[in-house]
Design a binder for this molecule. Structure first.
Ligand SMILES: [Zn+2]
Length: 322
């Protein structure tokens, strides 16, 4: 689970606004990850996502390729090849940098239409996010939703009447581009995670699921304290769904981290009793600070200490015995 732009202060702002506690505190182990990319001390979400998906540092802007422009395999693809069910959930378009790094290989993160075509060949069994236009309103006039349907995918445009478990493969493109912000999208993210877990688990082969709380980053870029808090609390509700399942299941590892921090957010004052936070931002961009890692379940102890972000998928792979 990746909180895009979720540094320690974003999380703590959410915790404070929530009266001093979050579901993520149920994680038993914590660590720290270095986020720099191959080309910059300050990573973007393409290089950050690629590091977390594939274990390779790459240049900013690149998706699922190393810095020599050679395609590298993601942990999702490795799980898929091993026969596990695989899924992606995001609150931005499913072709956006972070989710894309788990299934696509492109020199530039802006190649959304090319990225969309790679869903079809990735074998991913379940995806939910925005980005309908990248599949259906394209420069090449092709309709990739129809292509996915021809490959047996059930493609829908809303989760409203969808009940778990859904038949796989399944894809939901719930917005033309990105989903609306947290205060306007209801329980979309926690609901999507619940649907993903129940549907992937029902196949009985084990599963790998990537969930992105995508818009913490957007609110950080906008230096919007209230927006950051809304997105963190929404992500934390999705975390609760995952931790509840992992607790019941006993065989599921949950790893939660960020690709980078956004905004250089600093907390100047706050109150648990009033649930208020006073924050200031140092930039409208990303920063180079290390980001926390939180883990729960079997092999959670493999995610402690200070590590490169590229270690995270390698250690997940090791934990899965792949
Ligand atoms: Zn960003």
């Amino acid at each position: 689970m990746i909180g895009d732009g979720m540094g320690l202060n974003q999380l703590y702002a959410g915790m404070t606004a929530n009266g001093g506690t979050l579901n993520i505190e149920r994680c038993t182990h914590t660590g720290l990850a270095k986020t720099y990319s191959a080309s910059s001390y300050i990573t973007d979400s393409a290089a950050g996502g690629t590091a977390l998906a594939t274990g390779s540092k790459t240049n900013n802007g690149m998706i699922g390729m190393n810095s020599d422009s050679v395609a590298v395999k993601s942990i999702l693809s490795i799980a898929e090849e091993a026969g596990m069910a695989t899924g992606l959930v995001a609150t931005v378009r499913i072709t956006h940098a972070t989710p894309a790094a788990f299934y696509a290989h492109q020199i530039n993160r802006g190649m959304y239409e090319e990225i969309a075509t790679e869903i079809l060949t990735s074998g991913v069994d379940f995806f939910v996010g925005g980005g309908r236009n990248n599949f259906e309103v394209r420069n090449d006039s092709l309709n990739y939703s129809d292509s996915l349907r021809n490959a047996n995918y059930n493609i829908v445009y809303s989760l409203d009447s969808i009940e778990a478990p859904v038949l796989l493969p399944f894809g939901a493109l719930c917005a033309d581009s990105d989903m609306p912000k947290a205060s306007e999208r209801g329980d979309f993210l926690p609901h999507a995670v619940d649907l993903a877990i129940k549907s992937l688990d029902a196949r009985g082969d084990g599963f790998f699921l990537m969930v992105e709380g995508s818009q913490i980053d957007y609110q950080g870029h906008g230096n919007n304290t209230e927006g950051v808090i809304d997105e963190v609390l929404d992500f934390d509700r999705a975390i609760r769904v995952a931790l509840d399942f992992a607790e019941r299941d006993g065989e599921t590892l949950v790893v939660i981290t960020a690709d980078h921090e956004t905004g250089g957010m600093t907390l100047l004052n706050g109150s648990y009793t009033d649930s208020t936070v006073e924050a200031q931002f140092n930039t409208s961009g990303h920063t180079g600070t290390m980001v926390p890692i939180y883990s729960f379940g079997p092999h959670a102890d493999h995610f402690t200490g200070i590590m490169e972000n590229t270690q995270i998928p390698l250690r997940i792979k090791e934990s899965l015995g792949l």
